[in-house]
Design a protein around this ligand. Sequence first.
Ligand code: UT7
Length: 319
Amino acid sequence: MFSRITGTGSYLPHKVLTNQDLERMVETSHDWIFSRTGISQRHIAAVDESTSDLALHASRRAIEAAGIDPQEIDLIIVGTTTPDRVFPSTACLLQHKLGIRSGGPAFDVQAVCSGFVYALSAADQFIRGGQSKCALVVGAETMSRIVDWTDRNTCVLFGDGAGAVILQASETPGVINTHLHADGSYQDLLAVDGGGCGTGRSGDPRIVMDGGAVFKFAVGVLDSIVEETLSVNGMQKSDIDWLVPHQANIRIIQATAKKLGLPMERVVLTVDRHGNTSAASIPLALDTAVREGKIKPGETLLMEGVGGGFTWGSALVRL
Ligand code: UT7
């Protein structure tokens, strides 16, 4: 038994924050942001919108695209680093908002920007193991709630949004395989300063990052995960039709595309419009490309991402 993506959906909050808006908030410029990151704008959740609300809209669209009854969903996994609350999980809140009464498992995965790849991998294992037939896998974030809006090093990078897929049991492989990694020794290079239940800090949790170090690490591990994915599957670079990368920085994405020998026309790019939406960025990019008619059924996609932790991973998927 394999798992296959049968529907995708996404959602972006209405408010758009442009680079020009940021010029009025911190000492920065559109030219600096765009040339260093490829970002022009990002979406920001309304004050009464939380991560589970964004997840709900994206999930409804994925459910509609898959043509299923929500009651068929027997597993919900949400990748998020900005849950509505410490508990219950965002997945439980989402299950309730969707009115799903199956009593199937619902849980969050915390792997920051690798969250969707981690969540997809977990759902794939549930389906291969026969414990689920129809999973809802979501990446959803309200990064604007943990950004330090006075820190130009980080506030220009992040945005809010959600993406979702329906993953169903199938006799032919959709998710071919996934590769996940983590190394907690890098915990201080990209972190949130507080907000959990640790000791020693009070006040609002805020992102802190050594951007240059994260950049170098990301390019290095993405290079090796491309090699790992191709060699484990006995595939050539030319077997990959599309790169659907985590959308953190156009220069990191270009480096991975170069490693794959893929022209940029074969890379799904949304970083310019969405910024870095952490766990939401890959399913948001996937849904955007599917709805724009770029990615077609039967094509082979490589999804990859790196996030705080550090965590990193890839998913090789035939749509
Ligand atoms: O999902 C994973 C999450 N994080 C990432 O992927 C981030 C990875 N890193 C990056 O994307 C890049 O390192 C950045 C975009 C954060 C920075 O780009 P860079 O090419 O590494 O920057 P740089 O070293 O060329 O420039 C840093 C300079 C500093 O000034 P000094 O010390 O050289 O005078 C910063 O103070 O740029 C300054 N700077 C800014 N200037 C204008 C930092 N942020 C800004 C800003 N506007 N927003």
